[in-house]
Design a protein around this ligand. Structure first.
Ligand code: ADP
Ligand code: MG
Length: 705
């Protein structure tokens, strides 16, 4: 066995023998061409996103170990992280009564003796013969009268070898490679590879913004000599991440921005009739957002606006007004939703509101019957509004005169898809809507090309959903509440993390739960999940809307948009499996009507992190507050489905913490494109290529997800 399973000895097993250099290290070659990388390791590296030798450069350390000096055992201080270098005096492997494997080692450095314990490290035993020199680092503890370290980072040393000092990178691992092996590879390859990397930023930009050069930053990101150098490097690389995405966003939105806008009419007869017929008045928040949108709709440039509004804030009505502006102006409008279920639902909501006004509306999804006549009617301008899924982007769909495009839940679509739809018109106005409470800094980045409106507040008469976290033993309470609700004529959702149960992991499945419920209770139970055929999905959803079902057992397929005001109870099984943003979206399915609503989060064996997540849901109701909590708990990389936002591009940047840097990079992106709109200057060639790969990666990623 080479070095045991990864991560078994502390976080790092740092090797230090530098093997003979490869002939030549070529960035574009597959990693397998490096000496020491065989098929198995190459496969493991691929899982870390490393295909080519050059990819190793951006396999960033997860963190760095601070090992700046060697401390004699005689001077160790309890509780401090120390590095000790000495010889193995004794090594004993045994099993505890609870069958835990323990390797106890005594390290002697001449000034004293240190007891070191490794768990589950039988493989290590032969590597630690008496007399072997080692460097161990970790917090110093006391164990039965001994100074000790438990599961420290370990480095095996030759007789005359000194340990690596300074900030030691710790890389992410997968099965099949060890920290030691990967570190060795990095120490061997990167110093040779990185100096040849060209800096994509032109000289003028670097000097204007006082940026150090990229190769230097890359090297320091891996092998910094101190914290300051590391932070300096991270900032340069973060700037690059921001700049790259900033450029990409501007680049893609350019054609749309520069064309003159289509004429529409934001407050014509149809929209006035529409408002008069609504059973309620617009909320102040809706009114304010609609005013901003209206102003865009009469300006000379096509609108490109993001409408943020928490779940249930009433975005659909604002969307309807925007669509009507096109029809009032004598043009057509398209409304795109991310799933068939949602497209269907928008259609169901809008048809009774718009058709009585004489607006001709059509639903178009991948499988709508009567496609061909509908497509012809659209081309012939006999239809005014089409509601649909991504199918709207397909080539066969053509409009006579597209004036407005509304895209719901934008984060599920790529910038390209949005553009794909607006390309069907001649500079139509575009409104994208999201319930995802994206903190403003991130919105600026991800949707850098969009103006932003927010719907503040909720329609009147909503009481916030009471949220309760229950343990396994209290599960009954939740189902009691379901029973009570059903008895008084309300409806309930039961949400599972899986379609089919996984007994090994103790996870409930929607299918089994629905079966069980049908057998045990007199409720009419529906089952809805992503693997059902589309017609069945729509049928079940319709039945729930019509109250032919009492309980809908489902998965997070209902996460966005589903609107059944009579549903007042939600039970989330294995809530620990969902993220904050998902739970917030799910919870938004209840409390949409006049009756008070409650959401039960059932969780077993959650981790501390999950515990805090659920507690945040209990405490906070506002999406933005939750977003901040989420950010605090997980850090920006993972927040709020950022991967869906294409923020995978941010690995070193901290979209919140690096606000100033972000603004600077955005300004730089604008500046670059102002000087050289087509990026045709020779000195911008590298920058352009680099930006285009960002666009491709983002698109590929959206196609994959
Ligand atoms: P979301 O922003 O989540 O898409 P919806 O548009 O689905 O929210 O609206 C949620 C519910 O609130 C719907 O049932 C809708 O009819 C209702 N609603 C929207 N605007 C108002 C309003 N101004 N007053 C009262 N109810 C409203
Ligand atoms: Mg909605």
């Amino acid at each position: 066995m080479e070095a045991g399973a990864p991560g078994q000895v502390g976080d790092a097993v740092v090797g230090s023998r530098v093997s003979s250099r490869d002939h030549r290290i070529v960035p574009d070659e597959p990693v397998i061409r490096l000496s020491g990388v065989g098929k198995r390791r190459a496969q493991a590296l691929a899982k870390l996103g490393v295909q080519t030798v050059g990819d190793l450069i951006e396999l960033w350390p997860r963190r760095h170990l601070n090992r700046c000096q060697i401390t004699p055992v005689g001077e160790l201080a309890l509780g401090q992280e120390c590095l000790v270098v000495g010889r193995i005096q004794q090594a004993i492997f045994k099993r505890t009564p609870s069958r835990r494997e323990v390797l106890r080692v005594v390290v002697d450095d001449g000034s004293g003796r240190l007891a070191v314990t490794f768990f589950h490290a039988r493989w290590l035993t032969p590597k630690l013969p008496v007399g072997q020199r080692v460097a161990v680092s970790g917090p110093v503890e006391r164990y039965g009268g001994w100074l000790s370290m438990s599961h420290p980072d370990l480095e095996l040393l030759d007789a005359d070898q000194s340990p690596r000092l300074g900030l030691i990178p710790v890389y992410p691992l997968v099965a099949g490679i060890s920290q030691r092996w990967l570190s060795d590879l990095m120490y061997r390859v990167l110093p040779e590879l990185i100096p040849d990397v060209s800096d994509p930023l032109p000289e003028w930009l670097r000097s204007e913004h006082g940026l150090r050069d990229r190769p230097c930053a890359l090297l320091h990101e891996h092998f910094p000599s101190d914290e300051a150098e590391l932070e300096d490097a991270r900032r340069r690389l973060a700037f690059d991440e921001f700049l790259r995405i900033g450029l990409a966003v501007h680049w893609m939105s350019e054609p749309q921005r520069s064309s003159p806008s289509v004429r529409v009419m934001p407050d014509g007869p149809l929209s006035r009739k529409f408002l008069a017929r609504l059973p309620f008045a617009l909320t102040r928040g809706q009114q304010a957002a609609w005013e901003e949108i209206s102003a865009d709709l009469v300006s000379a440039r096509p609108m490109a606006r993001l409408l943020q509004g928490d779940v249930g804030s009433g975005k659909t009505i604002v969307a309807a007004l925007t669509l009507l502006a096109a029809v009032d102006g004598g043009r057509q409008a398209a409304f795109m939703a991310p799933t068939e279920l949602l497209a269907e639902q928008h259609y169901q909501v809008l048809a009774p509101l718009l058709e009585p006004l004489g607006v001709r509306l059509h639903l178009l999804t991948g499988r709508t019957p009567g496609r061909r006549p509908a497509l012809e009617a659209m081309r012939g301008h006999r239809l005014h509004v089409v509601v649909g899924t991504q199918a709207l982007v397909s080539e066969q769909v053509q409009f006579a005169d597209l004036g407005v495009v509304v895209v719901d839940e934008q984060h599920r679509f790529g910038v390209r898809q949005r553009a794909g739809l607006s390309d069907k018109g001649n500079g139509p106005h575009v409104l994208v809507m999201t319930a995802t409470p994206i903190p403003r800094t991130m919105a600026l980045t991800v949707f850098g090309d969009l103006e932003i409106s927010r719907i503040e507040g909720m329609p009147p008469g909503r009481s916030p959903v009471t949220t309760m976290q229950l343990r396994k033993a209290e599960r009954r309470l939740a189902y009691q509440a379901v029973a009570d609700a059903v008895r008084s004529g309300r409806q309930a959702y039961v949400v599972c993390s899986l379609i089919h149960q996984n007994s090994d992991l103790g996870l409930k499945g929607a299918v089994e739960l629905a079966e069980g419920m049908r057998a045990a209770a007199s409720w009419k139970v529906g089952l809805l999940h992503g693997q059902l055929p589309a017609e069945e999905k729509n049928g079940v959803m319709q039945a729930f809307r019509d109250h032919r079902l009492d309980v809908l057992v489902t998965t997070n397929i209902i996460e966005v948009g589903v609107d059944v005001p009579n549903a007042t109870v939600m039970v989330v099984e294995n809530a620990e499996r969902f993220g904050i943003a998902q739970l917030h979206q799910l919870r938004g399915r209840v409390g949409r009507g006049e009756h008070p609503a409650v959401c039960f989060l059932l969780a077993n064996d959650e981790t501390d992190e999950a515990e805090q997540r659920l507690a945040a849901l209990v405490e906070h109701h506002d999406g933005l507050d939750l977003a901040e909590r989420d950010l605090a708990l997980r850090g920006p990389g993972e927040v709020l489905g950022l991967r869906q936002h294409g923020l995978r591009g941010f690995r070193l940047a901290r979209p919140l913490g690096d606000l100033a840097l972000l603004e600077e990079a955005r300004a730089a992106a604008r500046e670059v494109l102002a000087r050289d709109p087509g990026l045709v200057w020779p000195e911008h060639a590298a920058l352009k290529a680099w930006m285009l790969t960002a666009i491709e990666e983002q698109t590929a990623q959206r196609i994959l997800t």
